[in-house]
Design a protein around this ligand. Structure first.
Ligand SMILES: [Zn+2]
Length: 386
């Protein structure tokens, strides 16, 4: 009798223990069929609505502006006056007059020609530059949203200067393109989004002043290579609405683009680039429309001159802020991009070092008129009403 009781008790315990599993097994089935039924209902409803009337894809139109400034080339005569008594640097006063204009544009790109390797490795000037990190802080504080850093001076002070600079850009949350910490970093396409429009950014230079790219480290600087640009523009197109390519090219101090620049800009546009920002000549070269194979137009600024540098005379102290509007028209899955309202604000580097809109300088009015004619010679509709 005792044995039977023990057996019964064990059996009951076992049943109680197994109950949730058995229950679960039987409860799962109706759940699945319920889901299937729900799905069927949904499908039915969807079919009914699509049969009832042809769906009209909703059209959504958004707009954003993108701008750029040219070379930021920090000679010793630019960083010495920025030095404070405590040994740090403050470049903010140099941007005081252009800050409101930089802030008018949704995204502003600057070409940081000299690496901001910082004083830790010793600051230096032409021909082998290394600039204070505070240059980066001033760009950030005055409205710059991304820096392009593939330039002929990128390798001036070697890998250490580049890595220091990249660390600083990362620490202040400034995206960069054109030189990278590693091949993994290089593979990440930089993207910024404004008003539901995504912009991607690529940057390349013709060379590095004869300094060889360190063996096995091509990520340290992006060199111009047509096949590579075509491939990377295509990749950027897949992840963005607007592809912006910076090209460090052309001949120094030439005021008009040469055939090589025109060809490369056209090839870049043919690959799918929408906006091409040129620099290196240290003087302004005009802006122009290009036509892409699909009939859409692309915009090129062949050279944006010097935005801040210690160079003087022969148009080398003139630069400017370029701005262009982007309109995104989305109909269903179809996205159309239209470029509109190109603008340019010519700027002058005053001494001791402040960037000033030329229109504010009464003694520069002749030069200001001359620069307007120079910049709009291929694009009469270019506006200077910034
Ligand atoms: Zn250059």
């Amino acid at each position: 009798m005792k044995r039977i009781l023990v057996f019964l008790a064990t059996f009951m315990c076992l049943l109680w223990f197994l109950a949730p599993f058995v229950k679960g097994q039987f409860q799962e089935e109706p759940k699945v069929s319920e889901t299937k039924a729900e799905n069927k209902k949904k499908l039915k409803a969807e079919n009914a609505s699509s049969h009832a009337h042809t769906p009209v894809p909703k059209q959504k139109v958004t707009e954003a502006t993108i701008g750029a400034v040219g070379d930021i080339l920090i000679h010793d005569r630019v960083y010495i006056p920025a030095r404070k008594s405590n040994g740090s640097y403050d470049f903010n006063p140099m941007f005081r007059s252009v800050k409101p204009y930089l802030g008018k544009t949704d995204i502003t790109v600057a070409n940081q020609e000299t690496m901001i390797g910082g004083k830790e490795i010793g600051l230096s000037s032409y021909p082998s530059f290394n600039s204070p990190v505070e240059v980066g802080d001033a760009l950030k504080a005055n409205g710059v949203d991304l820096v392009t850093i593939a330039n002929n001076h990128t390798l001036d002070r070697g890998e250490k200067a580049i890595l220091n600079a990249l660390n600083h850009w990362n620490s202040i949350g400034m995206p960069y393109t054109g030189a990278y910490q590693s091949s993994e970093d290089q593979r990440i396409i930089r993207i910024l989004k404004r008003n539901d429009i995504t912009f991607s950014f690529l940057s390349y230079t013709y060379g590095t002043n004869g300094i060889p790219v360190p063996e096995g480290k091509p990520h340290l600087v992006n060199l111009i290579d047509t096949t590579r640009i075509q491939k990377e523009v295509k990749e950027a197109e897949k992840v963005s609405d607007v592809v912006v390519v910076s090209l460090h090219f052309g001949k120094e101090y030439e005021r008009l683009p040469n055939d090589e620049q025109k060809q490369l800009a056209q090839t870049t546009a043919n690959a799918g680039a929408d906006i091409i920002i040129g620099h290196h000549p240290h003087v302004l070269q005009p802006v122009s429309w290009l036509t892409k194979p699909n009939g859409e137009r692309a915009f090129v600024a062949y050279s944006l001159g010097n935005f801040l540098s210690g160079q003087q005379g022969d148009y080398k102290d003139i630069g400017g802020i370029m701005q262009i509007g982007v309109k995104k028209i989305q109909t269903g899955d179809d996205v159309k991009i239209e470029l509109q309202n190109p603008k340019f604000l010519p700027t002058w580097v005053n001494r001791p070092y402040e960037i000033i809109p030329m229109k504010a300088l009464s003694d520069q009015s002749d030069k200001y008129n001359e620069i307007q004619k120079h910049m709009n010679q291929f694009m009469p509709e270019l506006s200077f009403d910034f």
